[in-house]
Design a protein around this ligand. Structure first.
Ligand code: NAD
Length: 259
């Protein structure tokens, strides 16, 4: 495997898409640093990833805090003996009509989704440059980075920002041989969607599960997405087959948004 022997840091790795990515990159042969806010879930995830037969580290840290991301990258390099792939996966969602979004809600979602991704891109690139590595930076965007959805204004704005930063960083770091791309999932059956569905129910009177089913009904391939569906794309973006690709925010959604 071409990813074999590389070292990846994955944020938001304790569950959902981040865990699936960590597992997949581990099965590709990479050593993995799993970073998350949730210690208990992080330890359980580390066991699952280590079962792929690679060395793993866990890091309790908040992506919205620049110093914590910097320390996490240093810890990854120190404990796993390298640093080649940065996956800025951590993110949060919010469901609120534009008219009701508060200053606190907007600050929080931008702190995690926008600043968290910026620190990951910026600090990974600095580390790759100082070690002369042609590293890969991969971030979580979304179909909500390509299309605005009612009630998801703050979330969409944060993911459009991830798409913008991906393009800018790709251009700024291309001469260093560093590539910067993003993956854009559609409707993935994780805890994030449980929360989105519950919040839609509160705001619109929809039944539990109804909003999720409604979104899934518009998917051409006829089923909701699994975290594994996302991890397969990330494996490609992390490996040498994507070496000639940069600045792209690739949609993997079973056929919902066409760009
Ligand atoms: P999830 O809520 O299931 O998991 C997110 C993980 O990130 C959790 O373990 C959480 O503890 C961690 N996290 C949250 N804030 C953090 C912070 N400040 N610092 C470190 N860790 C933090 O979510 P998911 O569905 O697995 O989503 C992962 C990423 O994919 C997110 O960026 C999300 O926006 C994006 N995405 C998800 C979907 C979907 O349908 N689920 C669709 C498109 C994009």
């Amino acid at each position: 495997m071409a990813i074999s022997g590389k070292v990846a840091l994955v944020t938001g790795a304790a569950q959902g898409i981040g865990l699936a990515i960590s597992k997949r990159l581990a099965s590709d042969g990479a050593r993995i640093a799993l970073m998350d806010l949730n210690r208990e879930a992080l330890d359980a995830a580390a066991e699952v990833v280590a079962a792929e037969g690679v060395e793993v580290s866990t890091i309790l840290a908040d992506v919205s805090k620049r110093q914590q991301v910097s320390d996490a990258i240093d810890q990854t390099q120190r404990e796993l003996g390298g640093f080649d792939i940065m996956v800025n996966n951590a993110g949060i969602a919010q469901v609120q009509p534009i008219e009701a979004i508060t200053e606190e809600e907007m600050d929080l979602i931008h702190a995690v989704n926008v600043k968290g991704t910026l620190w990951g891109i910026q600090l990974a690139a600095a580390k790759f440059k100082s070690s002369g590595s042609k590293g890969k930076i991969i971030s979580a965007a979304s179909i909500a980075a390509h299309e605005g959805y009612p009630m998801l204004g703050a979330y969409c704005s944060s993911k459009f920002a991830v798409r913008a930063m991906t393009q800018v960083a790709a251009k700024e770091f291309a001469s260093d041989g560093i590539t910067v791309n993003a993956y854009c999932p559609g409707v993935v059956g994780t805890d994030m969607w449980v929360e989105i569905d519950e919040r839609f129910a509160e705001l619109t009177g929809a039944k539990k599960g109804e909003t999720f089913d409604q979104f899934v009904s518009s998917i051409a391939l006829g089923r909701s997405q699994t975290p594994t569906d996302v991890s397969q794309l990330v494996s490609y973006l992390a490996g040498p087959d994507s070496d000639y690709m940069t600045g792209q925010c690739v949609i993997v959604d079973g056929g919902m948004v066409y760009r």
